[in-house]
Design a protein around this ligand. Structure first.
Ligand code: SAH
Ligand code: SF4
Ligand code: F3S
Length: 432
């Protein structure tokens, strides 16, 4: 069968789509990138905010119309929404053929085969808190950057977040398997590797912690760059900061979600750190790696957030000056603690606060990028630039997209470039 997968949500879902591709491929299915050729369409979905769910439900219903001309077509849902809503998804998407949760992907080939013989709706959403999909090699979609999943699930139960309910309990993959996988992908040509987990700083496998895993990864000769997402501020240790600073391959690039700058709100969010602690970590990181790029996530309008509390978030963002911030309007998720709070902030106030954060960050990002003019950076060239055939585009160690004059012979190479301009979120350089 030809199978088309459309992916929503975080990097974990991107990695899972690659895993699912590999499982299906091993069972003689073809993964296609043209939806018109598909016999089966799979939506890998996200539940993190209501908007994410609504969007994908709309998308699926759109694609259902294909069944009028292609009677054999099967459409299914996997990922966090599948886990959260299970069979109930059938009520939202009339004509849906299957729903498979995050721990049951090994069953997909069988489910698909059965569907063509016996076209009855099928659903597999049993939780398996031990499943880490050992022994499977994801079919990577990129050419230069590869995700390597080091753990699954989350135990933190931040009060707003649905992830611990959709992804189940935290479990770490064996060290040896991870190291082997990094060897494997880097020798295939993926020189930039990102280690993935909802909270990589709590990685622990038979007493190997995250710092030690980074040390081991740093010794792999075939890999050039190592990154990781996501870090939780409560678990980011001095040891990890030290390893980052002293490991040649670990990039000066960190995503560290702040969520709020107010201690009362952080407590209500169950984040396990204070604004002072967060600021302290940022200082330590910048002391250890002056060139580090730090990005963050912020939620505007969490239940009970007053104007003063919001102002503290705004002020702390303004003080820290992140390279980039992903800002979100709080979205109540059924089943989470924060959704039960009776002091929900009105929608229009949430929106207004969100807009303030977006405007602030836009200014900061522009300034941050302009501050890089004159610097020399090494760019991992990925492609010909979208805007001009005479230019190539790639990424720096601090994850900034950089374009500069050059041709296709540079693709896949590391090139030293001097930054001459900054436009929005792109740096412009010249080869030296
Ligand atoms: N494990 C990651 C986050 C995964 S979710 C971490 O802890 O860093 C990505 C981001 O979505 C979160 O950092 C948070 O800012 C946002 N988010 C999660 N639940 C949300 C909700 N209910 N409403 C709005 N934003 C939310
Ligand atoms: Fe959600 Fe918190 Fe876990 Fe991140 S650490 S996935 S925000 S519960
Ligand atoms: Fe979304 Fe699931 Fe990731 S809810 S953010 S796809 S873990």
């Amino acid at each position: 069968m030809n199978i088309f997968i459309e992916t929503y949500g975080c990097q974990m879902n991107v990695a899972d789509s690659e895993l699912v591709s590999s499982i299906l491929n091993d069972h003689d299915h073809n993964i296609v990138d043209d939806i018109d050729r598909a016999d089966v369409i799979i939506f890998n979905t996200c539940s993190v905010r209501q908007h994410a769910e609504d969007r994908v439900i709309g998308r699926i219903n759109n694609e259902m119309s294909r069944k009028q001309t292609k009677k054999q077509l099967k459409i299914g849902v996997i990922g966090c929404m599948a886990q959260r809503l299970g069979e109930n998804l059938k009520d939202k998407n009339n004509g849906l053929d299957f729903v498979v949760g995050v721990d049951q992907y090994k069953k997909l080939p069988e489910i698909i085969t059965n569907l063509f013989e016996n076209p009855d709706f099928s659903s597999e959403t049993i939780v398996n808190n031990k499943e880490v999909y050992e022994g499977l090699y994801p079919l990577h979609t990129g050419k230069f950057n590869a995700f390597v999943t080091i753990m699954r699930g989350c135990n933190n139960f931040c009060s707003y977040c649905i992830v611990p309910y959709t992804r189940g309990r935290e479990r770490s993959r064996p060290v040896d398997a991870i190291i082997k996988e990094i060897h494997n992908v880097s020798s295939k040509g993926f020189k930039d590797v990102t280690l993935l987990g909802q909270n990589v700083n709590s990685y622990n496998y038979e007493n190997v912690n995250f710092a030690e895993l980074l040390r081991k990864a740093n010794k792999i000769e075939t890999v050039n760059r190592i990154r990781f997402v996501t870090s939780h501020p409560k678990d980011l240790s001095d040891e990890v900061i030290e390893v980052m600073a002293n490991s040649e391959k670990v990039c000066e690039h960190l995503h560290l979600a702040m969520q709020s700058g107010d201690n009362e709100i952080l407590k209500r969010m169950n984040r396990g750190y204070t604004a002072e602690h967060f600021y302290n970590i940022v200082q330590k990181l910048r002391q250890a790696m002056p060139q580090i790029a730090i990005t963050t996530d912020i939620i505007a309008g969490f239940p009970g957030e007053t104007e003063e509390q919001f102002q503290r978030t705004f002020d702390l963002m303004n003080k820290i000056k992140f390279d980039y911030a992903f800002t979100f309007k709080y979205s109540p998720r059924t089943g989470t603690k924060a959704a039960e709070y009776t002091d929900q902030v009105p929608e229009e106030i949430r929106l207004k606060r969100l807009q303030k954060l977006i405007d602030l960050q836009q200014e900061i990002t522009l300034q941050k990028y302009q501050d890089q003019i004159g610097m020399t950076k090494k760019i991992y060239v990925e492609k010909i630039s979208k805007k001009s055939k005479l230019e190539v585009a790639g990424k720096s160690r601090d994850f900034k997209i950089t374009v500069f004059p050059g041709d296709k012979s540079l693709i896949g190479k590391f090139v030293k470039v001097k930054i001459v301009d900054a436009m929005g979120w792109t740096l412009r350089g010249e080869m030296i």
